[in-house]
Design a protein. Structure first.
Length: 323
């Protein structure tokens, strides 16, 4: 039990670190382009990841892999996802950018229904519709006013694209974890994303001021530490137990928006963000909710049968021939 509580604490810490990383990315985006931020975020993160592997006595052994193409594929999806996430953070408040990220488990549902002819059930289908309705609510303040805010639309488009690429990246991670340690996956992800960030130099990088250097290094350190905290949490508690705490990211995002920038999303946009988070939670916990409902029905069915029998009128005894 102590191990599980430690795992929950580490999962909460990881969520907080990712939220602070998002804040640092947003602050850095005021001066630096997204490709440059991606390079610093990934290259600096290599340092805590390597120190973590050394602490576990897995360095450099953990860097050996029989699936280099698998790492390249996963890191490419993850790198594109990271880039889009940083674009979204550059143009949107933290709360809205975070909420759009929770669309990831929802975007695969329509694909599964149309392409794979799956029947996910009414609960998942309804949650998916509600999630996309949440996106509409986020968009409503822009749609309902004359003249769309171009930058905000870029941020929302990048956030939705981020959710889609994240869904594909997670499938690649799941495939890799069957043979590769999480530390190895994190190392090669950071390495490939660093190279990807470097490739954006021809598009122009900004001179790094001393103030922005703090945000760039901070983004890398908090991102690397968040991966480590997540890995250690998964080693101590079941995924099903930890997954619910992922949604505390919205609390962090709203709090940081209020404390650092002194802003909150418009009420209707905030409602949309909450709707997306609730929809994502329903999809994630669908199987558990269905099992719980089945167990409750199984418990109540015998009681209902017993009640039906007790309410039935007594049957008259059959008459014998002598009567």
């Amino acid at each position: 039990m102590n191990s599980v509580w430690t795992g929950i604490g580490l999962r909460l810490a990881a969520t907080g670190l990712f939220a602070i990383m998002s804040l640092f990315v947003r602050m850095a985006s005021l001066e630096a382009p997204v490709g440059q931020i991606m390079f610093w975020r990934s290259s600096v993160a290599i340092v805590p990841i390597v120190l973590y592997l050394m602490w576990r006595h897995e360095f450099p052994r953990a860097l050996r892999t029989k699936r280099p193409w698998g790492h390249l594929k996963r890191s490419t999806f993850g790198g594109v996802s990271m880039f889009l996430s940083f674009v979204s953070l550059a143009y949107l408040p933290l709360a809205l950018a975070t909420a759009l990220g929770f669309l990831a488990p929802l975007v695969v549902i329509p694909v599964a229904i149309i392409a794979l002819r799956e029947n996910p059930g009414w609960l998942v289908t309804g949650a998916t519709v509600a999630g996309f309705a949440g996106v509409f609510l986020i968009l409503w303040p822009m749609i309902s006013t004359p003249g769309l805010d171009h930058e905000t639309m870029i941020g929302i488009g990048a956030g939705i694209a981020f959710a889609i690429t994240t869904a594909f990246a997670k499938t690649q991670i799941k495939a890799l974890t069957t043979t590769e340690p999480s530390g190895t996956i994190a190392f090669y992800f950071a390495l490939v994303c660093s190279i990807g960030g470097l490739l954006t130099i021809p598009f122009g990088w900004a001179p790094v001021s001393s103030g922005n250097l703090v945000w760039l290094i901070g983004a890398g350190l908090t991102g690397g530490l968040a991966h480590i905290a997540m890995t250690e949490a998964l080693a101590r508690a079941p995924v099903s137990t930890l997954s619910a705490f992922e949604y505390t990211a919205m609390i962090w995002a709203i709090a940081l928006d209020l404390l650092v920038f002194g802003v909150l999303p418009a009420p209707v946009s905030l409602m949309g963000a909450v709707l997306i988070v609730l929809a994502a939670a329903l999809v994630m916990f669908n199987d558990r909710l269905v099992d719980l409902a089945k167990r409750q029905l199984a418990k109540t069915a015998p009681a209902l049968d017993a009640g039906t029998l007790s309410d039935a009128p007594p049957t008259a005894p059959a008459k014998t021939p002598a009567e």
